[in-house]
Design a protein around this ligand. Structure first.
Ligand SMILES: [Ca+2]
Ligand SMILES: [Ca+2]
Ligand SMILES: [Ca+2]
Length: 795
């Protein structure tokens, strides 16, 4: 298989990941007649066809347009795929072939002998269809694609990615988790979107929900952001603010409903396709197309995304509102396709130390997959009542071995999915909004024909089958209820609740909505963002009414917590009081700081940046010793170095992004941005932590962490404290500045201020240098600024 064909497969994998994803994460088989590959090809070409209609252009132009919507890192693959297959596809469209014909001709789709023929655009004449496929192949005899042999995960470069993904998909543990406490620092890959962020990934004793040590007087053991001493009282803040109430975390054991599976509608609707629709593609894929950060159970982000609509309200957010001491103590242990049997493995990724951690409220909620599958004989593949009883009992017994005393478990029954068909079947699917209208029934039938439907029992026009499926779901719910009520736990108390979808629908109608508006538009199966918010409303009301003793008391110190632990950097300043000015000088107090201090802030795109270095005119001399660089010098209104101690305090309260703006004397501003930036403390000589150079947005190149001269892990050097890598030289002295010198540098922005025309040829190299932008050139203006990374951002 040629390289271009491989690229094509990657593109399929990327663009139509939902199906591939469900194949990776569920027991869903490849289907028949080409299954997932066939559906992917047909839908993709359908979208191309729709683009030609929307933009009144040729298929060639539409293919190019489709590639142009993808993020930069996918462009190359997309273009290679178009170069290879584009001519055939275009020829097919010109000759009037529809996506079904082209995908059959290209052998993504087949008609297996004993199977029904699957077409997304059913052909009026089967003979004509076969003739068209034959004609296409005769026109292009050289096409030989054998996708059955494509072992995509064996290709070097892809192999490593596959390994990571497999690990994530199989173990459901954070990809980056150095101390193995099962809490990560990245947002995606089962990291902080799923479980509260680990505030120290080098100590497993430090994690959300952990036991507090010495009142967290020095270290924030439970990652709730509350630590340190109140100098007025001499007591730890955590003791003063959190000891009156009982801390409690939340975890959900669930399926794609709890994980909040969501496929952006913009991806399938040619009218809505755009660069913005794919803006966070990598982040979304790394989160398995799930949005736990916005879910009913563990939602914790209040921002709107470009491709998901609706409010975030969650059980976790409400626990936090009652008591801010519960900050970050959430775990979303939900996996697409999970059912009671597979949960027996998945639940082992739950993190709780029975002896040391605080109690947990666990929601056990598997609402569909025990009756949903893609098999034609779907009833034979559903979980039986006996299996369900055994699985629930095993789960509850296991929880007894991990949950701290005083925990609570709420089990729910299966949802009644029969309403899905009733609400949606004759509505038009987003994919069918352009060109030939396509209803949900047609999509259901097509997926069911390929045997890749998420739920043959409910997503079917066969009313009897829907009733039988609902009956089984009710029997299984009864089994969950019976086991829940008969189980005797030593660690927790337990309650069962029928999945309250009727209440959710009633509540939505009371708010003026229509029930179908709560269903995900693309898959016609999951609950969307509006639905999640209401599910959380209904569950919370139920808990308040029936289990008030499970919920924490209102912490009278919530306002104090906000007061003491706010304004930690310019972004907090901005969120307290959005400013109309572009920049200014403000007072902040980083969490670790004993006193507040002034900084220069820049406000841009609703983000507050904290400036740590600025050079504009040479009025300030930057040739200073260790203590000046430690404490900072200069004038915040003109030129300054903020100070290594302050930078250390700022960058150790979260994950910080560094952006450097560089303007030479003879050219325009370019930037270099790093996803991770921090300074260690003075005992580590303000060692630089820098990584995740953002090559996609940086225009000035990487002169701090490039492989040939990497300043990551290098201490700061001044002329009177020489920690550079050269034993025979003192870089700070030689080049008249101070920096994280290696041997000696690829960048150095604290050198002497040199004016044009000498700056253009600063061969002495003692100026303001960034070699990957301009070698032997001393910059005219430089700004180094930082901001805290938001959890929803990708790296
Ligand atoms: Ca960790
Ligand atoms: Ca940790
Ligand atoms: Ca704490």
């Amino acid at each position: 298989m040629s390289k271009a064909a491989i690229s094509w497969v990657i593109l399929l994998l990327v663009v139509c990941i939902p199906l591939v994803n469900s194949r990776l994460t569920t027991n869903l088989k490849n289907g028949v007649n080409g299954g997932v590959d066939c559906a992917t090809c047909s839908i993709l070409l359908g979208i191309v066809d729709h683009l030609t209609i929307v933009y009144n252009e040729s298929a060639a132009q539409s293919l190019e347009r489709l590639c142009s919507f993808l993020p930069d890192e996918y462009q190359l693959y997309c273009k290679a795929a178009v170069d290879f297959l584009g001519p055939y596809i275009i020829d097919g469209f010109i000759k009037g072939d529809n996506p079904d014909v082209i995908c059959h001709a290209l052998k993504f789709c087949t008609d297996e002998p004993d199977q029904a023929k699957c077409r997304i655009y059913p052909s009026k004449s089967p003979i004509l269809f076969a003739q068209r496929v034959l004609n296409f192949r005769q026109r292009h005899p050289l096409i030989s694609l054998n996708l059955k042999d494509s072992k995509i995960c064996q290709i070097p470069g892809i192999k490593e990615i596959c390994k990571i993904l497999e690990n994530i998909f199989n173990n459901h543990m954070p990809a980056v988790d150095i101390d193995e406490d099962r809490f990560g620092i990245e947002a995606t890959l089962r990291g902080s979107s799923w479980r509260g962020k680990d505030c120290n990934d080098f100590s497993s004793a430090i994690h959300p929900g952990a036991h507090v040590v010495d009142g967290d007087g020095i270290t924030d053991h439970n990652c709730n952001g509350i630590y340190g001493m109140n100098s007025a009282s001499g007591k730890p803040w955590e003791d003063e603010f959190c000891n009156e109430t009982q801390r409690m975390g939340i975890a959900v054991l669930g399926d794609s409903i709890s994980a909040h599976f969501h496929l952006p509608e913009q991806w399938l609707d040619a009218k809505q396709l755009s660069v913005a629709a794919f803006e966070h593609l990598t982040f979304i894929l790394e989160n398995e197309l799930d949005w736990p950060q916005l879910s009913a159970s563990t939602g914790h982000i209040n921002v709107s995304w470009p491709n998901i609509e609706g409010p975030t309200r969650s059980l976790y957010a409400r626990l936090f509102d009652l008591d801010h001491c519960n900050h970050r103590d959430y775990q979303n242990i939900a996996v697409n396709g999970a059912r009671s049997g597979s949960m027996l493995d998945i639940m082992k990724s739950l993190s709780r130390n029975q002896k040391n951690d605080v109690p947990l409220l666990v929601i056990y909620s598997l609402v569909g997959n025990d009756v949903c599958n893609g098999h034609p004989d779907t009833l034979d593949h559903m979980t039986t009542v006996e299996e369900m009883e055994k699985n629930v009992l095993t789960t509850l017994t296991y929880l007894d071995t991990v949950l701290p005393k005083g925990s609570h478990v709420l089990t729910t029954g299966l949802a009644n999915g029969s309403f899905l068909y009733e609400l949606l079947h004759d509505r038009i699917h987003p994919f069918g909004r352009v060109g030939t209208p396509i209803s949900y029934t047609q999509i259901y039938d097509y997926l069911s024909c390929l045997q890749i439907s998420p739920c043959n029992g409910w997503m079917t026009s066969n009313a009897t089958l829907r009733v039988l499926t609902t009956q089984r779901a009710m029997d299984l719910s009864a089994a969950i209820r019976n086991v829940s009520y008969s189980y005797k736990s030593t660690q927790y108390d337990i309650e069962y609740l029928d999945f309250p979808f009727d209440d959710v629908i009633q509540e939505w109608i009371a708010q003026g909505g229509e029930p179908w508006q709560l269903i995900e538009s693309v898959d016609g199966f999951h609950i969307n963002q509006y639905g999640h918010a209401i599910v959380s409303d209904v569950l919370w009301k139920w808990l308040q009414k029936n289990k008030p003793q499970w919920l924490p008391l209102i912490n009278p110190h919530n306002a104090d917590i906000e007061r003491v632990f706010k304004d930690q950097d310019c972004d907090d300043v901005y969120s307290q009081q959005p400013s109309l000015v572009h920049e200014g000088i403000f007072r902040i107090k980083p969490r670790f700081a004993s006193e507040s201090f002034d900084v220069k802030c820049i406000f841009e795109n609703n983000i507050g940046w904290t400036v740590i270095q600025h050079r504009i005119n040479g009025t300030i001399d930057f040739y200073h010793g260790w203590n000046d660089y430690k404490n900072g010098f200069g004038d915040l209104r003109t030129e300054f170095w903020l100070g290594n101690e302050k930078i250390h305090l700022l960058t150790n309260q979260g994950k910080y992004i560094l952006r450097i703006d560089l303007q030479p004397w003879d050219s325009h501003i370019r930037i270099a941005e790093y996803g991770q930036f921090a300074l260690d403390n003075e005992s580590q000589n303000y060692k630089l932590q820098i990584s995740q150079f953002r090559s996609n947005i940086s225009t000035a190149g990487d002169s701090l962490s490039s492989s040939w001269d990497n300043a990551n892990g290098i201490p700061f050097s001044t002329y009177d404290h020489d920690y550079d890598n050269l034993f025979y030289d003192n870089c700070a002295l030689t080049y008249h500045g101070a920096w994280w010198f290696t041997n000696c540098f690829q960048s150095h922005l604290n050198g002497a201020y040199i004016r044009s025309p000498l700056a253009l040829q600063n061969t002495a190299r003692n100026g303001l240098h960034w070699n990957s932008y301009a070698l032997y050139h001393s910059m005219k203006h430089t700004t180094m600024r930082i901001r805290r990374q938001n959890t929803f951002e990708m790296n």
